[in-house]
Design a protein around this ligand. Structure first.
Ligand SMILES: Cc1ncc(COP(=O)(O)O)c(C=O)c1O
Length: 434
């Protein structure tokens, strides 16, 4: 049977099943995020399933090339999640291949507690010490003055996310990293398409990560990527992703180095098959070709998706800006152009209602809201017994934990949905207006 026949039916199926879904306010849920796709993603997925190659293949190559071109970076390693990307980005810095630049147990790593656990858990998993700095209540990113005070002789690395797509102050963070000789990892999971000083975030740190979980800027279902300009780091990252192996042949290839049976490693017999030489304590965190097939089609939509996120964000600013006595709105970091992951709102002290009353009202009206992830991560159950240090008190982080929430900006939101959100907010706030 010709593949074309199956693929034509996929297009028909897409139109019948997924197109032109009508939104009924108060009946249909307004989600904060979700996958946005058309027949192209489904066609790629089915096409790849019919190849039945399964592991990284032609679509993985296409997908990583598109990311590489978009960001202008030379090395893109696809993974099975943003969390896996963070784990191997950080673990790579422990490699013996880095000599005295390698990270060691007990080293300190600067981060923030107002964020997602996956930015911090690799530090703990590698027996290092997270040092938490407070964030500011405008950008929700690291407080640079406190960061300066947090750096100690033990500090070796900075691992930060661009909070909800808003870049942290990269110029100042980079300056501190250079001054103190620190590694910088950008967790770009919530910021794929954001810009700082005219360049995409994810291109500043020694290593950066991306997530393709459906809430993010593009999706492959589960999935992620690690990016770096540094060839040595790229080799190490690939090794950590691929069982710790020394060999760098792509899936299905053999002897690309031409020295497969002629080298000496450790105390193995001379000429031991390079395919089975392991130089790192690695994992297997690779992406499948079916995920990459979806990702490749999504990449063609990334710019358009980012524009929609920005438009939605601006509409929210108008909706919430009417009530400036009650709400603090986020500000884009100077010199940045965020592709907002979400619209973040913090209640002012004098607001006559609590955050949870308002989000209860949104949720009762089928509008999804979220907290800023883990709130103050050090207060989470998983932190019990963890060795960490606070740079100072985390006053703003605690304030966020109690008073902050976000609404979605994803491209699946329609004008009707945003109008509905406005009317639901207006009806809640009306009770408190004099
Ligand atoms: C900042 C940040 N880093 C990492 C992750 C983890 O990504 P994934 O869900 O793909 O594991 C997330 C959450 O999705 C996140 O928000």
């Amino acid at each position: 049977m010709e593949r074309k026949i199956i693929l034509n039916q996929v297009v028909e199926y897409y139109h019948e099943k997924f197109e032109n879904k009508k939104f009924t306010p108060g009946k249909d849920m307004v989600r904060y995020a979700g996958r946005v796709f058309d027949e192209k993603e489904m066609l790629n997925l089915i096409d790849s399933s019919l190849d039945f190659w399964l592991t990284e293949g032609r679509f993985a190559q296409e997908f990583s090339e598109k990311i590489s071109e978009f960001l202008s970076v030379s090395n893109v390693m696809l993974t099975n999640s943003g969390s896996s990307s963070n784990l191997i980005a950080f673990s790579a810095l422990t490699s013996k291949k880095l000599g005295d630049r390698r990270l060691l147990p007990g080293d300190e790593v600067i981060s923030v507690a107002a964020g997602f656990p996956a930015t911090v858990t690799p530090i703990i998993q590698n027996a290092m010490v997270p040092v938490f700095v407070d964030v500011d209540l405008k950008t929700y990113n690291i407080d640079i003055e406190m960061m300066k005070k947090a750096i100690s002789p033990k500090t070796k690395c900075v691992f930060l996310a661009h909070t909800l797509g808003n870049p942290f102050n990269i110029a100042q963070v980079e300056e501190l990293c250079e001054k103190h000789n620190l590694w910088l990892i950008e967790d770009n999971c919530d910021a794929f398409g954001s810009k700082y000083n005219g360049a995409y975030t994810g291109t500043f740190g020694h290593i950066a990560t991306i997530s393709f979980y459906p809430a993010h800027h593009i999706t492959t279902g589960e999935g992620g990527a690690v990016i770096t300009e540094d060839e040595e780091l790229a080799r190490i990252i690939r090794s950590f992703r691929d069982w710790g192996r020394d060999c760098y042949c792509n899936s299905g290839e053999n002897n690309t180095c031409g020295k497969r049976f002629t080298q000496q490693f450790g105390t193995l017999p001379a000429g031991y098959d390079h395919k089975y030489v392991y130089s790192e304590i690695g994992y297997n965190l690779k992406m499948t070709d079916m995920q990459a097939a979806i990702g490749s089609a999504q990449m063609d939509k990334l710019e358009q998706f980012c524009s929609r996120r920005k438009e939605n964000y601006n509409r929210y600013r108008k909706i919430f800006g009417k009530y400036s006595d009650f709400f603090m709105l986020a500000e884009a970091t100077s010199n940045s152009d965020p592709a907002w992951f979400a619209f973040i709102v913090t209640l002012k002290n004098q607001a006559p209602f609590q955050r949870d009353e308002l989000i209860g009202h949104f949720n009762a009206n089928l509008i999804e809201t979220r907290y800023l992830f883990a709130g103050n991560m050090t207060r989470q159950p998983f932190f019990e017994g963890v060795n960490y240090r606070l740079a100072d008190n985390l006053q703003n982080t605690d304030y966020i934990m109690n008073n902050t929430f976000f609404l979605g900006t994803y491209p699946g939101l329609t004008i009707e949905m945003l109008d509905y959100i406005e009317s639901v907010l207006d009806s809640f706030v009306a009770k408190y207006l004099k």
